[in-house]
Design a protein around this ligand. Structure first.
Ligand code: NIG
Ligand code: FE
Length: 422
């Protein structure tokens, strides 16, 4: 990891952070890849060098454009939230109140509430209104150290609104300062105009909407919800086969409320990830392992729905399936706007170790988005996206709830959020 620095031939660093501890998230899956009393330098938006302080050339340090001399702060890769529905209009606090009186998520959905309630509000909102509504949620998320956010469409269920949601996601990334991974959530719920004919809705998506979304260039993956209250495995297969024809990678909301064979279905189509997985079976997990499909665990939804069936963490571990953790920030099942709190819930509710939780929002989350060659670890050549923390050890990131011990958020080598801690 340490490189020789030849200060005669090497151009100056743009910035260097000295006196820091690095959780590089490289090396064995059980650990953090720790480098103590270290420095990290960036040039042209990429990590140019990292290593022990003793190996940092003093002349090269002094020539750096900016030196951040930090007294034992920790630096991790910028956190990656690889599953969100953060763009939507309105909220569903009324459904929260109904659930507190005993109604279930499925009952509310079957009565026309649930996802379709947010579809009605989102169809009525302009792009500007969608951006304005999402900004406070995104700002909370970024303040928990996030530098890359996956944002799904899926509350339009008609082409015009799906494209508007995706444009709003791109606008948010420009305004708030983060890297976007945009996903076309084509089959999230059967919209009211197709209430008796989900097959016809899938037919329209495959024949018209998906080609148009692909042509727009606004989305880099396709997602679906395979569940009794949403789409059958056959319907999802039609969508995934079409996505493959258009060269788009897929991911799946799989086995959240029941076992519909979602994990195996995702693996069959080489999905980037299968998400939720509470009810997944052993052969589905084995298929994910063989396909390299990442397991994205969403403890915020488990918690909010007071689910009692745990995702099969032990089987995922023994099958060496990479585990990611995300907020699933959405108005129905997971109104959660902190990736740190998602890590804490992943540890407390699912039994993840703090190191697994941090891998789940860095290296494995990058893999879940197909972006692992570019980010997710601290390594020379990768994008200089990182988070600087006022903590004594990295397990603290999973330990606290409600705290955000972030002191800097760095994107492409530039400090875009600096928070005075004290
Ligand atoms: O990930 N499972 C489906 N989609 C979301 C819920 C969205 C909503 O209820 O609005 C989820 O939990
Ligand atoms: Fe979701």
């Amino acid at each position: 990891m340490t490189q020789e620095i030849d200060s005669n031939n090497t151009p100056a660093f743009d910035s260097v952070w000295t006196g820091v501890n690095l959780a590089t998230m490289t090396g064995p899956a059980s650990g953090y890849g720790i480098l103590r009393d270290a420095a990290i330098a960036v040039r042209d938006g990429r990590i140019a060098w990292l290593g022990p302080m003793a190996a940092l050339d003093a002349a090269q340090r002094d020539e750096a454009g900016t030196i951040f001399d930090l007294d034992g702060a920790w630096i991790t890769p910028g956190l990656i939230d690889c599953h969100t529905h953060v763009v939507f209009a309105g909220n569903r606090v009324g459904e929260f109140e109904q659930r507190q009186k005993g109604a279930t998520y499925e009952e509310i959905a079957r009565r026309g509430g649930g996802i379709n309630a947010t579809v009605r509000a989102t169809r009525a909102a302009s792009e500007r209104e969608l951006v304005d509504a999402a900004l406070p949620r995104i700002r909370d998320l970024l303040a928990s150290g996030v530098t890359t956010v996956e944002i799904k469409s899926g509350y339009g269920l008609e082409l015009e609104t799906e494209l508007r949601m995706l444009r709003a996601a791109h606008a948010l990334a420009d305004i708030a300062g983060f890297h976007l991974a945009p996903t076309y959530l084509a089959a999230h719920s059967v919209p009211p105009e197709f209430s008796d004919n989900a097959d016809a809705f899938i037919g329209r998506i495959c024949g018209e909407d998906l080609p148009a979304v692909t042509a727009s260039g606004l989305a880099s993956a396709v997602d679906a919800y395979c569940e009794e209250i949403a789409f059958t495995p056959n319907q999802v297969e039609r969508l995934f086969a079409t996505a493959r024809d258009f060269g788009l990678r897929v991911k799946l909301h799989a086995d959240q409320l029941s076992d519909s064979g979602g994990a195996a279905l995702a693996a069959k189509y080489d999905a980037l990830s299968a998400d939720h997985l509470e009810y997944s079976n052993q052969s589905g997990i084995e298929a994910m392992a063989a396909a390299g499909t990442v397991a994205v665990l969403l403890p915020g939804a488990y918690y909010t729905l007071r689910e009692t069936t745990l995702p099969p963490v032990a089987a995922l571990r023994s099958g060496n399936v990479p585990i990611a953790v995300a907020t699933d920030c959405n108005p129905g099942t997971s109104p959660l706007c902190s990736i740190l709190d998602a890590m804490n819930l992943g540890c407390v509710l699912f039994g993840l170790t703090p190191a697994e939780a941090l891998r789940g929002v860095t290296v494995n989350a990058a893999t879940a988005l197909g972006l692992d060659t570019d980010r997710g670890t601290l390594q020379p050549g990768k994008r200089a996206d990182f988070a600087v923390w006022d903590i004594a050890e990295p397990a603290e990131l999973s330990y606290w709830s409600g705290r955000r011990p972030l002191s800097q958020r760095v994107i492409d080598g530039v400090v875009i959020q600096s928070i005075a801690c004290g």
